[in-house]
Design a protein around this ligand. Structure first.
Ligand code: NAD
Ligand code: UDP
Length: 317
């Protein structure tokens, strides 16, 4: 049995990871300040003796007792939506700080306990990519002073400080680059595209496509993502490693699929494209497939069919 600390574990991805660790017999401590996460996501774990929750801002430090075998740093606002109170544009300085001080604190905790460290980086390190699909060797096309830079540069710094600990102290690290992942427990007001489209369709509101809807993303169902994260954590590869799904869709295709699967009778409307919104995004999964023996298995339609009932329940619709 291992003791795993997950920062940001009350969020969407972190709570699914907590479930996976507890299911395989590990002990989990979640450290979260509930900025964009929710106690609802971990309510089913709170009475489990293998699970603990510490409410703490990891920018200030991380207080966890006892031996630790792995630290997974997932704390960070993650939604780019300018209108979302949970998104990183509403918390620009906190986002930069959780990527810098927060990552530093999580690395020090891992180093002190001789624990393995895994950082949740992102496809956003590639910015608005000029190479397609994106391999890990691509250095990216990020606007360092644009609004999204508070997230993109924080994550790029998080990767840099992770490698600096690895090179300086020999810290046992893993760098994970997550591509658009969705599923149950995404907050309906999170502002990201899958949660927005499903919430709008169920409420009978118009589906808001930003721009003309020709921009692409490649959506990974959370169960596939969690399997990939565990494969990276358990393996020998430092990374970075892209984990996502390499089936690419336009936002117009996504909107039509959500309308079809919810059976909603709603219009599609177009709103302004946010500044620096990436035009296309798709992971090159060669390394994950070859080195981790991992592949995504769940098609977007199947994943949406598993996700929509969660939103129906949460929204009471
Ligand atoms: P989420 O918002 O549901 O989870 C983030 C969690 O971090 C929340 O519970 C939040 O309260 C917590 N948090 C934020 N700042 C904190 C702080 N200073 N101290 C303690 N806790 C803090 O988002 P998610 O989709 O689950 O994302 C989890 C991680 O994965 C993030 O680091 C995100 O950047 C990364 N990521 C996610 C995706 C995706 O598609 N879901 C893609 C790329 C990267
Ligand atoms: N998007 C959209 N309508 C919405 C929310 C998002 O058209 O209501 C678009 C957004 O402009 C982007 C894509 O969907 O092109 C994915 O956005 P998301 O916020 O999920 O995350 P990103 O991939 O940009 O980090």
């Amino acid at each position: 049995m291992a003791h795993v600390v997950i920062t940001g574990g009350a969020g969407f991805l972190g709570s699914h990871l907590s479930d996976a660790f507890v299911a395989r017999g590990d002990r989990v401590t979640v450290v979260d300040n509930l900025l964009s996460g929710s106690l609802d996501n971990i309510a089913h774990l709170r009475d489990n003796p293998a699970f603990s929750f510490v409410e703490q801002d990891v920018i200030d430090g991380i207080d966890v007792d006892g031996a630790i075998d792995a630290v997974l740093h997932f704390a960070s606002p993650a939604s780019p939506n300018p209108g979302s109170a949970k998104g990183y544009l509403a918390h620009p300085l906190a986002t930069l700080q959780v990527g810098s001080y927060g990552t530093h604190n999580a690395l020090e905790l891992a180093q002190r306990h001789h624990a393995r460290f895994l950082v949740a980086s992102t496809s956003e390190v590639y910015g608005d990519p000029l190479i397609h699909p994106q391999p890990e060797t691509y250095w990216g096309n990020v606007n360092p002073i644009g609004p999204r830079s508070v997230y993109d540069e924080a994550k790029r710094y998080a990767e840099a400080v992770t490698m600096a600990f690895h090179r300086t102290y020999g810290t046992d690290v893993r760098i994970l680059r997550i591509f658009n992942t969705y599923g149950p427990r995404m907050a309906p007001d999170d502002g990201r595209v899958v949660s927005n489209f499903i919430t709008q369709a169920l409420r009978g509101d118009p589906i808001t496509i930003y721009g003309d809807g020709s921009q692409t993303r490649s959506f990974c169902y959370v169960a596939d993502e969690v399997r990939g994260i565990l494969a990276l954590l358990d393996g020998d590869l430092v990374g970075p490693v892209n984990i996502g799904n390499d089936r690419e869709f336009t936002m117009l295709e996504l909107a039509k699929l959500v309308i079809e699967l919810t059976g909603a009778d709603v219009e599609i409307c177009h709103e302004a494209l946010p500044e620096d919104d990436p035009t296309q995004r798709c992971p090159d999964l060669t390394i994950a497939r070859r080195e981790l023996g991992w592949s995504p298995e769940i098609h977007l339609q199947e994943g949406l069919e598993l996700t929509i009932p969660h939103f129906r329940a949460v929204l009471g619709l």
